[in-house]
Design a protein around this ligand. Structure first.
Ligand code: Q9C
Ligand code: ZN
Length: 367
């Protein structure tokens, strides 16, 4: 069936796709990787490529994000992080820390032992403030970053609203992504944790059990941290073994949550070269964990396409048609789905990969 013949009951044509041009102004230009400045892998072209592919395939009904304000963000994130992201750029411009063209990348990081050693007031010093909340040197901040990060959260929450309102699924084309952002830390290209804010919203709205399935290549350290001790939110992730891959310091299978959340973090670290055979088998285990938990809310999916074989910063071997199989496996859980875009850096394939996934998810895959 082609786009022209699709009726209004077509689940693919009707799929709400929440998107906004606000992300275009978050263009970091440069990240520092292994001591070298390189062009940012996390670029506006990622989302425009997906939008173009969806339009070409007549998939989705574009929806503008609705403003939800700061409250859902502050339900999870530290006010100090929110304040930093809101003011760091304008402060840096006012003080001359940037000439307005160079992105902000911290040069001094507050690592754990340093914090424990009596570190105090200097946290508010301008240059120190970034490093007190930033994970890495790959997450530059520019003039449009804060607004884009806010709109990304709004997009995720709008997708949630639509699913709560009866849509079987909705796709938030979030950019910047979110799953590396923790309570008081940004990094890994992420500023606010879009998926976590949605999960918190579902839990706060009265759902007894909310499940998050993270399919990005990287471990979602931020999401894990935010729900580590929560008995009402299950976090299940398939990702590259942190022994070799970012974010390195979390994502081992032994990390299973604590307190009321004991057993409700489920990490599935995977080897280099992971193909659809291994991935589908582990995804089936993840699906069993979710089913056993018994979610009482829509499923929150952190969706990364950096699992693709051609991704420039990753090492899995998932092919474009495989994403339909992954989407179908997710749909097999029988839950409404709030799909939230995370990573994926192969610009020549990310659109086709999104199309493939959505066909599988909506049961409209051809092959
Ligand atoms: N040596 C997301 O996919 N750099 N973030 C890795 C490896 C950061 C990825 C450096 C990668 C962040 C949302
Ligand atoms: Zn990723």
């Amino acid at each position: 069936m082609n786009g022209a013949t699709r009726g209004t009951s077509d689940p693919l044509a009707n799929l709400p796709v929440v998107t906004s041009p606000a992300h275009l102004a978050h263009d970091g230009l440069v990240e520092v990787l292994a001591g070298r400045p390189i062009p940012c892998w996390e670029s506006p072209g990622r989302i425009t490529a997906i939008e173009a592919a969806l339009a070409e395939a007549a998939i989705g009904r574009p929806v503008d994000p609705r403003e939800h304000g700061l409250e859902p963000i502050l339900a999870l994130h530290d006010p100090a992080l929110v304040d930093l992201l809101e003011h760091a750029w304008t402060d840096a411009v006012a003080s001359g820390d940037t000439d307005g063209t160079a992105p902000l990348i911290p040069d001094t990081f507050l690592v754990g032992p340093y914090a424990a050693g009596g570190y105090s007031g200097a946290r508010t010093a301008r240059p120190a403030r970034l490093g007190a909340h930033c994970l890495d040197t790959a997450t530059p901040m520019v003039a449009g970053t804060y607004a884009a990060a806010r709109v990304a959260v709004d997009a995720a929450l709008t997708a949630a609203d639509l699913v709560l309102g009866g849509a079987p699924a909705a796709y938030a084309l979030c950019r910047p992504p979110g799953h590396h952002a923790a309570r008081d830390m940004y990094g890994g290209y992420c500023f606010f944790n879009n998926a976590a804010v949605v999960a918190e919203r579902l839990a706060g709205g009265g759902a007894a059990r909310v499940a998050i399935l993270d399919l990005d290549y990287h471990h979602g350290n931020g999401t894990q941290q935010l729900f580590w001790e929560r008995g009402d939110v299950l976090y299940v992730s398939l990702h590259a073994d942190p022994a070799r891959a970012f974010p390195y310091f979390s994502g081992q299978a032994e990390e299973r949550g604590a307190g009321a959340g004991a057993g409700l973090t489920r990490n599935h670290p995977l080897p280099a070269g992971t193909d659809i055979g291994l991935y589908a088998a582990v995804l089936a285990e993840a699906a069993e964990e979710i089913a056993a938990f018994g979610p009482t809310a829509p499923l929150v999916i952190s969706l990364g396409f950096d699992t693709y074989h051609g991704d420039p910063i990753a090492d899995f071997a998932i092919e474009t048609p495989d994403y339909a199989r992954i989407g179908a496996a997710v749909a097999g859980l029988g839950l409404p789905e709030i799909v939230i875009q995370e990573g994926g850096y192969a610009l020549d394939a990310i659109g086709a990969n999104a199309v493939s996934f959505l066909r599988g998810l909506t049961g409209t895959a051809v092959g």
